[in-house]
Design a protein around this ligand. Structure first.
Ligand code: MN
Length: 740
């Protein structure tokens, strides 16, 4: 074994150097006494983490210093947060107690550290519902938003320094990050951090694609920079002539957002035109901001022709997270669309640092959208009815959506997510208004409940006392608030109906001389394949169950295992896990273990040998193998970490695996024939199905084929691309499968 020599003296110097850099970063926010406090926190962290090292071998103290540096530099937080960031891991990882912290730094700091300690264990437990933990974590929003902000800084630094972690840990952290932390950062307006978190997750979850796009971006760098210079030059001149002080520069888009665009539009890298945006940051006096932004807009569109559909004005109506900017897309000198973002220095700081910068400028606007949002989150969390997983889905949806602005008949402004309907609006006004809504008038015209509202609509809700919430309303609404209210109303309704069913069933059982007790009720529920006695009562009341069948039950006298559902679930998971782990390693070898262990390839992502994969233990269907970049992977890993099994392919040339190809091209007589010839004759690959859509000479088809592995697939794709008339061939994931 090799001895690792550590130069303690050099490390000491490095620690001090990093500490001084931190002090410089937060200098502008420091007041009298703050520096002393930060020094004290640094010394406590240094002392208590003494001797501890990170996976990389570096002294542990580098981590809290870096987290504090991110909090100061990239989020713009003040001294209290710097102190908390320095101490964020001490209570959890060292002998220092919360009482010690409170004694030394006061109640406020202790409360924040307590919050950070509580949520740090969120993902590590084996408890079955991580979603419930997410919810607890979000509850800290209600106490102090700084907890979440420091947690984000912590996560960002961990993601930046993840290369020394084992692969499964990397995947787990990455999926949690895309699943929850990036959306949170987005919602808090921390755009820079959000993009970096997404890029870092992608780097580990989709290694090849990430490296591919990164390489391509680098190759085109010189060309791109020249284009940006040519675009900017005339712009700068005119801005100057008109006495506008501005910074104009090109900003590259993130790898993750480019990848998203490729997927969404099913286009190759070469066809993504907006690899960057031009940003104009004006140095304007507070009362000239809006006018000068529009003046700059006028200059831009004098030089370059704007796309009239692509003007976004978030200055007149800022986003709920505080984002203000003017966006337009113009035709560049080489016939290429270019996005231009116009904003002032103040707006830019809010866009980059979000929340914290927002508070700094807050005097100007008394009721900010963000306050309303935090209030909404609090309301949602208070609703004890909502199931934790549903809640998380709804919550995430609300995190990502952009807002539209709707007016009440009296002219009050209401913010709703894009895609919100008249019914959402009704619930936003009041629960009772929503529950009795039968329609609405939008801009004085009558519309149905499901009408999708447009920005700027004026809406008047029409109600009727006879109306009650309906099951299908859940498909109409998009806001978490409306969903929760409808669900709880339906539940209440169902409970009333179930009470009637209970009476009917009780009478019937009496007449058949079946004892009315909970054991028999459970057996009967099972007999009718219902999940609970509550469901049984409901189905009886609604007449969905024929009472004659009860006799059949009595005759069959089925003996049913009387275990509660979650017990059964847990037993299955544990026994499957055991069957894998008794072997030398805990990795599931696909191909070898096939006879002994019950597993299937998931049909949401159709993995084939060569893909990066993992196993997921389902409740009733054995183990399913998913690709790590499956559309469901992040959700599964983040919520059911304890059911994830590492998996690897073994050699198995002889087996064939189902995968899907999306093919587009110019329609031509015999194109399908040519395709199938290549696939079946040249490649000897079996086709399971072909679906073809032809519209105005454009050909779009999906083909499901059986291939051996990724290499085989790539060769097939390459060959298909050579067929005359074909413009693109991509692998696709089939419909999204529900985790069960
Ligand atoms: Mn940490």
């Amino acid at each position: 074994m090799k001895d690792i020599v550590i130069d303690i003296e050099a490390e000491k110097n490095e620690i001090l150097k990093r500490y001084r850099a931190l002090l410089r970063a937060c200098k502008s926010t420091l007041q009298k006494g703050d520096k002393k406090l930060i020094r004290k926190a640094f010394e406590m962290a240094l002392e208590s983490h003494r001797g501890m090292r990170r996976k990389s071998g570096e002294p542990y103290i580098y981590h809290p210093i870096a987290v504090a540096q991110i909090a100061a530099d990239e989020i713009g937080l003040g001294p209290t947060s710097i102190v908390c960031a320095l101490l964020h891991d001490v209570v959890e990882d060292t002998d220092v107690s919360l009482e010690d912290i409170e004694r030394e730094f006061g109640k406020k700091v202790a409360l924040i550290i307590d919050g950070l300690t509580k949520i740090s264990g969120v993902f590590d437990t084996n408890s079955s519902l991580q979603a419930e933990n997410f919810r607890k974590m979000l509850l800290t929003l209600a106490d102090d938003v700084r907890v979440i902000l420091i947690k984000l800084a912590d996560r960002l630094h961990n993601m930046r320094t993840m290369e020394f972690m084992p692969r499964d840990k990397q995947l787990k952290l990455s999926s949690e990050t895309v699943y929850l932390y990036a959306p949170l950062a987005h919602r808090l307006g921390l755009y820079a951090i959000k993009s970096e978190l997404e890029d870092l997750s992608m780097k580990y979850m989709e290694r090849e694609t990430y490296q591919f796009i990164k390489k391509r971006l680098n190759e085109k760098k010189t060309e791109r920079e020249k284009f940006i210079r040519d675009f900017i030059e005339p712009l700068q001149k005119v801005l100057e002539n008109q006495d506008l002080h501005a910074d104009v520069f090109g900003r590259p888009k993130s790898i993750h957002s480019i990848w998203n665009k490729m997927k969404k539009k099913a286009i190759p890298f070469e066809e993504v035109y907006d690899l960057f945006a031009i940003r104009i940051v004006l140095d304007s006096a507070p009362d000239h901001e809006k006018a000068e932004c529009w003046k700059a807009y006028s200059i831009v569109t004098d030089l370059y022709r704007p796309n009239p559909d692509r003007l976004r004005d978030w200055i007149s109506s800022p986003k709920a997270n505080g984002y203000e900017s003017l966006h337009t897309t113009v035709m560049g000198p080489r016939g290429q669309w270019v996005e231009v973002q116009i904003r002032t220095k103040r707006m830019n700081e809010i866009a980059e640092k979000g929340f914290a910068a927002h508070w700094k400028y807050k005097e100007s606007s008394s009721d900010s959208g963000l306050d309303q949002w935090v209030q909404k989150v609090r309301d949602m969390l208070k609703n004890p009815e909502s199931n934790a997983l549903d809640f998380l889905d709804d919550f995430k949806m609300n995190l990502f959506s952009d807002e539209i602005f709707i007016f009440t008949p009296k002219g009050a402004l209401i913010q709703l997510p894009q895609g919100a309907t008249a019914l959402d609006f009704a619930f936003e006004i009041h629960t009772d208004v929503g529950a009795t809504c039968i329609g609405a008038k939008v801009n004085h015209k009558l519309v149905p409940l499901a009408y999708k509202l447009q920005n700027g609509d004026q809406v008047e809700v029409i109600t009727s006392s006879k109306q009650t919430p309906k099951e299908d309303w859940l498909n109409i609404v998009v806001t978490a608030k409306a969903k929760a209210k409808i669900k709880s109303a339906l539940k209440e309704e169902k409970r009333k109906i179930a009470d009637e069913g209970k009476e009917i069933l009780e009478r019937k059982m009496k007449s058949l001389k079946i004892t009315y007790n909970s054991e028999n009720l459970q057996k009967i529920s099972y007999f009718f394949k219902l999940l609970s006695t509550q469901d049984l009562f409901f189905n009886v009341a609604r007449g969905f169950i024929d009472m004659k069948d009860l006799k059949e039950y009595q005759a069959s006298e089925k003996i049913v295992e009387n275990k509660p559902q979650d017990k059964i679930e847990n037993d299955q998971v544990q026994s499957l896990l055991r069957s894998i782990k008794t072997k030398d390693s805990d990795i599931l070898l696909i191909g070898e273990d096939m006879q002994k262990i019950d597993y299937k390839l998931a049909n949401c992502c159709n993995p084939i040998p060569g893909d990066d994969v993992f196993g997921f233990i389902t409740v009733s269907d054995g183990i399913k193998i998913h690709r790590t970049n499956c559309p469901n992977a992040a959700k599964l890993m983040a919520n059911y970490g304890y059911r994830i099994v590492k998996a690897r392919w073994t050699n198995q040339q002889e087996l064939a695996f189902l995968t899907g190809l999306r093919i587009t091209g110019i329609d031509d007589v015999g194109l399908i024939n040519k395709l199938t010839t290549v696939i079946s004759n040249d490649f000897k690959v079996n086709i399971r199905s072909i679906t073809v859509d032809s519209d105005n000479g454009i050909f779009e088809g999906s083909i499901m084929v059986y291939v051996n592995d990724t290499e085989h697939l790539e060769n097939l794709i390459k060959r298909l691309k050579m067929v005359k008339g074909i413009t693109a061939v991509t692998r696709f994931d089939s419909a999204v499968e529900i985790a069960s």
